[in-house]
Design a binder for this molecule. Structure first.
Ligand SMILES: Nc1ncnc2c1ncn2[C@@H]1O[C@H](COP(=O)(O)OP(=O)(O)OP(=O)(O)O)[C@@H](O)[C@H]1O
Ligand SMILES: [Mg+2]
Length: 253
């Protein structure tokens, strides 16, 4: 509705922004560098961030930049992930029909990863999103994956990402064996005020907006209200555009 009113070429502040149009904030850039290092070194990385700060978006950007001749990405995002689902999902993504029993599927995955490394000369990059929701049982399986990394022939890179409490969970005594093995830890920060300004400007430029739509002081208020969280900025900015369209239409009547 507001797209036509403002003469935009698309919908700004929407979720499906293309990777090319993402804003590379300082924290986002640093994370990309670290993720690339983790995949190159076949390390274990954990990164956190508050809800809506752009963790999944950062993963999307990172995966797009990986050379598909060298890396094979296995991406899992399942809030109720069980070990069985984990093996099934990864095997499916690798093009295998998973065995029925969990133990068999686990051995099958181990072999599949070895094939990837030995025959195809690729590094598997296993990414588990929403990892703050992992059950105790699933965290045990993560230990198994970490043990796989000990075998040089089937080394893989493992990345866990989730909301800030993931860090606290992994720091618990019971998860000590996992926490000790983390090679890279990072916390994705919310945007600074300058970055929120650049973010709003970039979203509007992507839909060929003309003129000043948000004043500097409006951007300041949005930044404060949203705490620099991209998802919140999207919602508030879109709501402002909608409200402006509604008010102007009423005034014209
Ligand atoms: N760097 C960025 N450039 C442009 N848009 C971004 C960027 N980071 C995040 N966004 C926008 O913010 C929205 C929320 O980001 P995302 O879903 O990646 O957050 P999240 O940290 O994974 O949240 P959750 O903890 O709820 O899973 C995205 O849909 C995207 O539109
Ligand atoms: Mg996410």
């Amino acid at each position: 509705m507001f797209e036509a009113f403002f003469d935009f070429t698309g919908t700004p502040f929407s979720r499906d922004i293309s990777v090319k149009e993402l804003l590379e904030t300082a924290s986002f850039k640093e994370l990309q560098g670290r993720l690339n290092h983790v995949s190159r070194m076949r390390d274990f990385g954990v990164f956190t961030g508050d809800a809506g700060t752009g963790k999944t978006t950062a993963i999307r950007r990172f995966c797009q930049g990986l050379d598909s001749n060298k890396y094979s990405v296995l991406y899992i995002s399942d809030s109720g992930l069980t070990p069985r689902n984990f093996y099934w999902e990864t095997l499916h993504q690798l093009g295998y029909e998973p065995r029925f029993y969990r133990g068999d599927a686990k051995r099958q995955l181990q072999k599949a990863l070895a094939v990837l490394v030995d025959n195809e000369k690729k590094t598997p990059v296993v990414i588990v999103d929403e990892a703050h929701l992992l059950s105790r049982e699933m965290l045990e399986e993560i230990r198994f994956l970490l043990n796989l990394r000990m075998d040089s022939y089937s080394a893989l890179s493992l990345i866990l990402t989730g909301q800030t409490e993931l860090r606290e969970t992994l720091k618990l005594q019971v998860n000590e064996a996992i926490w000790q093995r983390v090679d890279m830890r990072f916390h994705l920060l919310a945007m600074s005020k300058e970055e929120t300004t650049a973010y709003i400007t970039k979203h509007l430029a992507a839909v060929k907006a003309h003129g000043e739509i948000f004043t500097q002081s409006a951007i300041g208020v949005i930044h404060e209200y949203c705490g620099g969280i991209p998802r919140k900025v999207n919602k508030v900015a879109a709501a402002c555009l909608m409200a402006a369209t509604g008010q102007k239409s009423k005034a014209d009547r």
